[in-house]
Write a protein that binds this ligand. Structure first.
Ligand code: CDP
Length: 224
């Protein structure tokens, strides 16, 4: 790693990683990279093209045909899949219900991690995900491991999704988060686990401003 600073944020589904990551990026003028959006976009492509998840050749061919790009506007995640903006579609339930299965595939992880490492090679970045502090950037200067009460997490995600999805229920969202956490923590390849040197941040009772202040306190020593 060069002189650039990497902040790695890992944790369970919907526990505020991206809210914190965006706020940090904005405050510190770092680049924000949402690694989950990459796995979600790959999942969308696999669903649309009916990729057989047991067929290694098909997966490799599909990965060759997938071109992902981030456009930073207002520190929000704008991701395109082969030049089509898919930022909204990747948050919908069909993708949420399949993403942890796709993200467990070896071929998919190898390709995504390669792209993520390239993005963090020379720039100051904040990246959030599941394996950022363990696999993608094991030498990140600051590692945070976020957690929060499962019901609080489900309520937050439900509030985010329900305006555009009037039929969605809190139970559906709760079950999806629980199921993804189970898949993410028990998979063989790069499971979600706290890096030994990651700082735990439980934000069940913290406001966004409070969690930002906590995180900035951890990054400060590395800023020149
Ligand atoms: O925003 P939310 O917490 O719901 O999830 P996300 O960050 O968008 O990630 C979606 C899914 O992608 C996760 O449940 C993981 O299965 C997978 N993922 C991963 O395996 N590794 C990462 N670095 C990021 C996400």
């Amino acid at each position: 790693m060069g002189n650039n600073i990497v902040i790695a944020i890992d944790g369970y589904s919907s526990c505020g990683k991206s809210t914190l990551a965006k706020a940090l990026a904005k405050n510190l003028h770092f680049i924000y990279i949402d690694s989950g959006a990459m796995y979600r976009a790959v999942t969308l492509y696999f669903l649309r093209n009916d990729i057989d998840l047991k067929d290694h050749e098909q997966i490799i061919a599909a990965l060759h045909n997938i071109h992902l790009n981030f456009h930073s506007r207002d520190y929000q995640t704008h991701i395109s899949l082969n030049d089509e903006e898919v930022s909204d579609e990747i948050r919908q339930m069909p993708v949420s219900e399949n993403v942890s299965t796709v993200a467990a595939l070896h071929d998919v992880r190898i390709e995504m991690v390669k792209q993520q490492q390239r993005m963090g090679r020379s720039k100051n970045i904040v990246m959030d995900g599941r394996d950022i502090g363990t696999i993608v950037f094991p030498h990140a200067q600051v590692k945070l491991f976020m957690t929060a009460d499962p019901l609080v997490r489900a309520k937050r995600r439900f509030m985010e999704l329900s305006p555009k999805n009037p039929d969605i229920t809190l139970e559906q969202v709760f079950d999806n988060l629980a199921h993804r956490d189970y898949q993410d923590t028990t998979r063989e390849e790069s499971p979600l686990i706290r890096a030994h040197d990651a700082i735990i941040l439980d934000n069940t009772n913290l406001t966004p401003a409070e969690q930002l202040a906590f995180a900035i306190g951890k990054v400060k020593p590395f800023l020149k």
